[in-house]
Ligand binder design. Structure first.
Ligand SMILES: NC(=O)c1ccc[n+]([C@@H]2O[C@H](COP(=O)([O-])OP(=O)(O)OC[C@H]3O[C@@H](n4cnc5c(N)ncnc54)[C@H](O)[C@@H]3O)[C@@H](O)[C@H]2O)c1
Length: 255
């Protein structure tokens, strides 16, 4: 029982971990014993995140700048990580963006960009990391979906389509890679306070809508994701694969 939730001796790569949910999940996995590898498209944000870890006396094993939607950058980064740090045991496909607009007015480039980063990025990084996992017959992949994979709102049709895709991509990865002892699951957060949701939390009517509609009557705190992320990366989830688990304060339970 004592090692059931332990990540000791495991290396975890978390994309988009310079801030927000990714940074908090990385810190949580580190507390559970993992060697964490931060990565982000923003070099300056990544340096700040690494610095804040060092200041707290808990450095990362490494930090890598790459764009998850760029196959060449991803291949180079994954090769460099496995050469310089070692095998990637755990991958969290977390990086994601918004480009908000009603569908009727949405520039096609904004549709493509969100699908490219939020959906294709998880495929590109997931496949690159899975190659080594398949060879080693061991791995844990966690894709970050969203409550918007199931319940949509106006103005984010590109994002909802991408997150819906993450749910089925998770099933496909789990189906194809299960025989290699790789578990692939997704976490679907509800509304959490981060930079990504700032336009919403700073809107008084949206803020009060969240606080009145969510059964737990509050926004999610990024720390609320740590328990599930650690479980899905640990031996505790060895027979769980292909699932999307929602962490949404109970939102989906009620109308
Ligand atoms: N905050 C929420 O309420 C919420 C809810 C559901 C799902 N999510 C999902 O959680 C994930 C993290 O969201 P967050 O709220 O922490 O966002 P955030 O904007 O605070 O952080 C996202 C990070 O991803 C990085 N990033 C963006 N594009 C990238 C790319 N192409 N390559 C590499 N890194 C890139 C950004 O630089 C940033 O550091 C996203 O996938 C998001 O869709 C968030």
């Amino acid at each position: 029982m004592s090692d059931l939730f332990s990540l000791k001796g495991r290396a975890a790569l978390i994309t988009g971990s310079a801030q927000g949910l990714g940074f908090t999940i990385a810190k949580g996995m580190q507390e559970a014993g993992a060697d964490i590898i931060l990565s982000d498209v923003s070099k300056s944000a990544l340096e700040k995140a690494r610095e804040s870890l060092r200041a707290s006396g808990h450095d990362a094993a490494g930090s890598y700048v790459f764009d998850i939607s760029d196959e060449a950058q991803v291949t180079e980064a994954v090769n460099a990580i496995e050469r310089d740090i070692g095998p990637i045991d755990i991958l969290v496909n977390n990086a994601g963006i918004h480009k908000r607009s009603m569908l009727i007015d949405m520039p096609v480039e904004n549709w493509r960009k969100v699908i490219d980063v939020n959906l294709s990025g998880a495929f590109i990084v997931g496949r690159a990391a899975a190659r080594g996992m398949i060879a080693r017959r061991r791995g844990k992949i966690i894709n970050i979906a969203s409550i918007n994979a199931l319940m949509v709102r106006p103005n984010i049709g590109n994002y909802c389509a991408a997150k819906g895709g993450i749910v089925t991509l998770t099933k496909s990865m789990a189906t194809e890679w299960g025989e290699y002892n790789i578990n692939v699951n997704a976490i679907g957060p509800g509304y959490f306070l981060t930079e990504l949701t700032k336009p919403l939390s700073e809107d008084a009517s949206f803020d009060s809508w969240v606080k009145s509609e969510v059964p737990l009557k509050r926004w999610g705190d990024p720390k609320d994701l740590i328990g599930l992320a650690v479980m899905l990366a640990s031996p505790a989830s060895d027979y769980i694969t292909g699932q999307t688990i929602y962490v949404d304060g109970g939102w989906q339970a009620c109308l």
